[in-house]
Write a protein that binds this ligand. Structure first.
Ligand code: AMP
Length: 190
């Protein structure tokens, strides 16, 4: 089971990824969490990423790809995963294609979380993360529109996109995804 969870910041990707990864015993790979850990541990990745994360800007693709190459280099071919917050640019999406073919991992299904824009700011302010100030939230939403939203069309063209209504309660979304993704999985194996 291999999935990409795509959507604007605050759409609930992380919550769903964590629930489903636990349920299916697969890995939950959150580039945001990895970066926050690296920053608090003051590793070389953290020091290079810190200013970008704090400003609500994207971390450069080369750093993110180095991190993902390391992840895919160490896992088993049959390992299941949910990528949460990656890819976030068209460059990252193409680099991921290449990486997956090198490590002979299947191309993932992509779940797109659709949420009303007004709800996003409130949700982000409510979770109280250090990079969730009004200014950085606005910047992150702008960047999402400019750099990440084009991935929806890219994956739609490839016919691997599943849409989830992120305005619904957590439980309802989780049930829906369990159902629809298990169906896709069964079809892929048939
Ligand atoms: P997130 O927890 O997914 O909202 O990510 C928090 C921050 O980490 C983002 O605002 C970016 O600064 C950085 N980040 C996370 N994932 C990526 C990525 N795939 N590409 C570039 N920057 C990222």
């Amino acid at each position: 089971m291999q999935f990409i969870f795509l959507g604007p910041p605050g759409a609930g990707k992380g919550t769903q990824a964590s629930l489903l990864a636990d349920l299916w015993q697969i890995s939950h790979v959150s580039t945001g969490d990895i970066l926050r850990k690296a920053i608090s541990g003051k590793t070389s990745l953290g020091l290079q990423a810190q200013a970008h994360v704090e400003a609500g800007e994207l971390v450069p693709d080369v750093l993110i790809m180095a991190l993902m190459r390391e992840y895919f280099g160490q896992i088993d071919r049959n390992q299941g995963w949910i990528l949460d917050g990656f890819p976030r640019t068209v460059t990252q999406a193409y680099a991921l294609d290449e990486l997956l073919s090198i490590v002979r991992q299947p191309h993932p299904r992509v779940v797109f979380f659709e949420v009303a824009p007004e709800a996003l700011v409130e949700r982000m302010l409510a979770r109280g993360r250090q990079d969730d100030t009004r200014d950085t939230i606005r910047r992150r939403l702008e960047i999402y529109q400019a750099d990440t939203a084009p991935l929806v069309e890219l994956y739609q063209r490839r016919k691997c996109l599943v849409k989830a209504d992120g305005n619904r309660p957590v439980e309802a979304i989780s049930h829906y995804l369990q159902h629809v993704l298990a169906q896709h999985q069964a079809k892929a194996l048939a």
